[in-house]
Design a protein around this ligand. Structure first.
Ligand code: GCU
Length: 418
């Protein structure tokens, strides 16, 4: 009997390993699909004006919460902040760097976030970019004073990361993703924190990170990690908005890849964010799901079972049943400025699908009296197109580069430096 059981187990394991996923990168092999219209209510009635949109927005938000990202708990936490370090005179006397510890606390748990902030030393209130980093604040700059993250990180023996702890050798390793001196020179501030402070990126059954603050029975629409990361960005906003050298009305939330998915969801749920930037956020971010190009719903749910709510799995290999698609997600940012970027070789994130999302979100912007997205034509490389929604595709791989930052800032200048 035992032997039979073992053989059965072996068979199941082998057959599931046998199913290798082959991504579709051929436009001609995509299914025919129809995108849902963001300006049609669930009951088929048209959205005719701004008041109608308010109701339709609630409807769409509800669908994305229940079917995709999960519902964020309404409970509050206490927030306290301690400035851990502060240094002025950086970058030839032009900038200040601060490290701030933010404690989120309630009866159930305590979560500590470590914020790294750079501000021009002008003393004026500045617009600021807020975004998560992938590997810890110490990887953002070679500056030896920035504390090495003590939070859980993914093991990477090649980089000397074992026992899930980072180390000195990674200092500055991600500096090209954070062109601090360019950002400061253009009059912006920058704040970043390690996303693993908010929720370690592995499937632990939602026991750790910010999920620990709201324990209790989970259901098919309980929040996943992306919603947790998005919520964390709002808690940082709670603190940033009271900082005297930051213009609270000009805080831009941005993110690359999975952190771009989180930035989008944060910008949607928290209207205090004045602008949103999605860099190559792909599936479950800016890219349309129904195109079945690159990463698919089934693939993302199996590789990252903790990112979305359980309901999202209903659409594994059944994208046609989704009543929403990601252009409607982008539309939820309207009328605020939104910038989306893709990279030519990053087919996994479906650049065309990201572009088409911008096109599909545009009617909502126009209904709200904004320009939306100015073209139906896929732009050439490094030719940003900008309305209230901006987009570019650059050559190269999945990454966030100084060129991308230049484009975000050119775009942001148009709204915040008039
Ligand atoms: C994987 C994942 C993507 C994600 C990316 C990242 O490639 O499939 O959905 O955006 O990781 O975060 O780098």
């Amino acid at each position: 009997m035992k032997k039979l059981f073992f053989l059965l187990l072996l068979f199941i394991t082998m057959s599931s390993f046998g199913q290798t996923f082959v991504a579709n990168y051929d436009e001609s092999k995509m299914p025919a699909y129809t995108l849902p219209d963001p300006l049609i209510f669930n009951d088929g009635q048209p959205v005719k004006n701004k008041d109608d949109w308010k109701k339709r927005r609630t409807e769409l938000l509800d669908l994305f919460e229940k079917e995709v990202y999960g519902e964020t708990p309404a409970g509050k936490v206490e927030l306290s902040a301690v400035v851990i370090s502060e240094k002025s005179g950086l970058f030839n006397g032009t900038a200040i760097r601060k490290e701030v510890q933010l404690k989120l606390k309630n009866k159930a748990a305590e979560v500590v976030l470590h914020l790294l902030i750079y501000l021009p030393q002008s003393g004026r209130k500045v617009p600021l970019f807020l975004g998560y980093n992938f590997n810890g604040n110490h990887t953002v700059s070679a500056d030896p004073d920035i504390a090495v993250t003590q939070s859980w990180v993914r093991n990477n023996p090649a980089q000397g990361i074992t026992a899930n702890r980072s180390n000195e050798s990674l200092r500055g390793s991600d500096a090209t993703s954070w062109p601090v001196s360019d950002i400061l020179a253009r009059g912006y501030g920058m704040a970043t924190l390690y996303y693993g402070d908010v929720d370690p990126d592995f499937d632990d059954g939602f026991g750790n990170g910010v999920h620990a603050l709201f324990p209790g029975k989970r259901n098919s629409s309980s929040w996943g990690s992306i919603a947790g990361w998005a919520w964390g960005l709002s808690r940082v906003m709670d603190w940033l908005q009271n900082e005297k050298s930051i213009d609270a009305k000009k805080i831009i939330v941005l993110g690359h890849s999975r952190l771009g998915k989180a930035a989008l969801w944060a910008g949607i749920n928290d209207l205090r964010f004045a602008m949103v930037v999605s860099n190559e956020s792909g599936c479950g971010g800016a890219a349309l799901s129904k195109r079945i190009y690159g990463e698919t719903v089934e693939r993302i749910n199996s590789s990252f079972p903790h990112w979305f709510c359980l309901n999202f799995r209903k659409y594994n290999n059944k994208e046609e049943n989704l009543t929403v698609d990601q252009h409607e997600l982008l539309a939820l940012i309207a009328p605020r400025p939104l910038y989306v970027c893709s990279a030519e070789e990053d087919r996994w994130s479906d650049p065309k699908g990201e572009f088409l999302s911008c096109v599909g979100a545009s009617p909502v912007y126009r209904l709200l009296g904004k320009q939306g997205f100015p073209t139906l034509e896929f732009p050439g490389l490094e030719q940003p197109v900008t309305g209230t929604i901006g987009y570019h595709i650059r050559p190269g791989k999945h990454d966030i580069k100084p060129y991308d930052w230049k484009c975000f800032m050119d775009f942001a200048d148009g709204f915040f430096k008039k």
